[in-house]
Design a protein around this ligand. Structure first.
Ligand code: NAD
Length: 453
């Protein structure tokens, strides 16, 4: 399989792709190794992950360089992702033991009752490329700590990063057969779906996630889906407009707009609409597009070549329907899959840029007259990952946040994820939770003991 640098369109290297037979072999090895791993005391499993966390620090520069080379993520953001991935992994090291310990529910009387948490077995982790370290860590770290074996298929667009992470896990002491990479795209993923695994944990698009859930439904094993979003931000009239605009630009353009929880549409109260747009444009011009290996670059290429045409189509559709194109709108005139940071104003809900996941450095802005209109528009989506509101008034923010049908809500912040609280999507944004105590218990199954005697 060819690894292409999206910033130059040049070949980086080639790697051996898996096929059905090699995936089957990996599965058999994983199955044989899983019981021994589950029998390893949890403290030792956690100690392996703690060593992995140290390696993430000492190997950060090499990993960041590979990540930028294959994904096109600006190098400063690649280093930031590695720090963030380590932070999440540290959370699991510090918190897993207490959430996986046996719990005594009834200790008095004739029948005592307790719960233990057992691993699922051998699970598949089919992963995405946009934050390959973060979304990988969300799944394979708690799965390993919980005593599972993992067949981890990094996205075909972030293969080197996947191989690096698994290499470090092995170096840290996780047995080679307990976590193995499955290399390739759709076909390698299908090979995993053909096997009788004990759980499927997927990060990626709604279409693929739904397909996977349907494909394995009759097995009645756990399925976790972390899918896309069309996340709204609402700017009330009482805010510091400059500050809100800067937050909106970062939410929309960080990681070249390729974040599941990127700000994908902005509603602005009519009283500050024009000011907000002026400030937004001024801030957006401070986000330089360029070579992702340069420390000063804020916007790199898109990772997937096909997304350039999707963004062009969204711009055309919006302009045809009356939006004002205020910045960008075109592929950049250079090698690589670059698209200019793009701002569209006067958008509405007939436009693709407001209704479909963009996954690029493009934003649609729409004027609203009051909170009721903003709430109705924010809810007009099949997705439900995050929703953000900017206002000085906490009660007003809370009134809006309780009405949101999304797994995460933000007041005066956006586009952020914390290991301490669950990360979950509703509707087309997914099923189940990662991170937090819920994400630790997502990879184990309870066993309830009724004890007499
Ligand atoms: P994708 O659906 O194209 O691919 C995801 C993974 O599925 C890849 O590893 C791919 O090889 C594999 N795959 C594709 N077809 C398959 C099949 N038929 N059977 C089995 N596996 C198959 O998604 P992507 O482009 O890698 O990721 C981008 C999407 O992921 C966006 O929608 C983004 O919002 C979402 N995402 C969500 C979160 C979250 O936490 N909610 C995080 C990151 C990304």
């Amino acid at each position: 399989m060819k690894i292409i640098n999206p910033a130059t369109e040049e070949l980086v290297t080639t790697v051996q792709e898996d096929n059905a037979a090699s995936v089957m072999l990996k599965f058999e090895k994983a199955k044989a190794a899983q019981k021994g791993w589950a029998a390893t005391p949890i403290k030792e499993r956690i100690a392996c992950i703690a060593r992995f966390n140290e390696l993430l620090v000492s190997e950060a520069d090499r990993l960041a360089k590979d990540l930028t080379t294959e994904v096109g993520k600006p190098i400063g953001q690649a280093k930031g992702e590695l720090r963030g991935g380590r932070g999440r992994s540290v959370y699991f090291v510090e918190n897993s033991e207490k959430y996986l310990a046996e719990e005594w529910m009834v200790t008095e009387g004739e029948t005592k009752e307790k719960v233990t948490y057992e691993p699922l077995g051998v699970i598949a982790n089919i992963s995405a490329w946009n934050y390959p370290v973060l979304v990988g860590v969300n799944v394979f770290i708690p799965a390993l700590i919980g005593g599972n074996a993992v067949l981890y298929k990094p996205s075909e667009f972030s293969t080197l990063t996947g191989l690096n992470l698994v290499g470090l896990l092995h170096e840290a002491g996780v047995p080679k057969d307990v976590i193995q990479t499955v290399i390739g795209g759709k076909d390698a993923g299908e090979a995993l779906l053909d096997l009788p695994l004990d759980g499927y944990f997927f990060t990626g698009s709604y279409n693929t996630g739904r397909y996977i859930a349907e494909r394995v439904a009759t097995r009645l094993v756990p399925v976790g889906l972390e899918l896309g979003g069309k996340d709204p931000m609402y700017v009330c009239e009482d805010v510091d407009v400059k500050h809100a605009a800067a937050a909106g630009v970062e939410g929309a353009f960080y990681n070249t707009g390729q974040s599941c929880c990127a700000v994908e549409r902005i509603y602005v109260h009519e009283r500050v609409y024009d000011d907000f747009i002026t400030e937004f444009l001024q801030e957006a011009r401070n986000w330089p597009i360029g070579d992702p290996m340069h420390e000063g670059t804020a916007i790199g290429p898109l990772t997937r070549p096909q997304q350039v045409a999707v963004l062009e189509q969204q711009v055309k559709d919006a302009v045809d329907k009356g939006a004002r194109l205020l910045l960008g709108g075109n592929r950049a005139g250079r090698n690589g899959y670059y698209f200019e940071p793009t701002v569209l104003a006067d958008c509405n809900h007939t436009m693709q840029v407001i209704m479909d996941e963009s996954f690029g450095p493009i934003i649609g802005i729409q004027k609203v007259k009051d909170d009721a209109e903003a709430v109705a528009l924010m809810l007009d989506t099949p997705y439900g990952l995050t929703s953000a509101v900017y206002t000085l008034d906490r009660e007003r923010a809370e009134r809006i946040m309780v009405q949101m049908n999304s797994g995460t809500v933000y007041w005066n912040c956006c586009d952020r994820v914390s290991a301490n609280i669950p990360w979950s999507g509703r509707g087309h944004s997914g099923l189940g939770s990662t991170l937090s105590h819920q994400g630790i218990r997502a990879f184990v199954q309870p066993k309830s003991y009724h004890l007499r005697g």
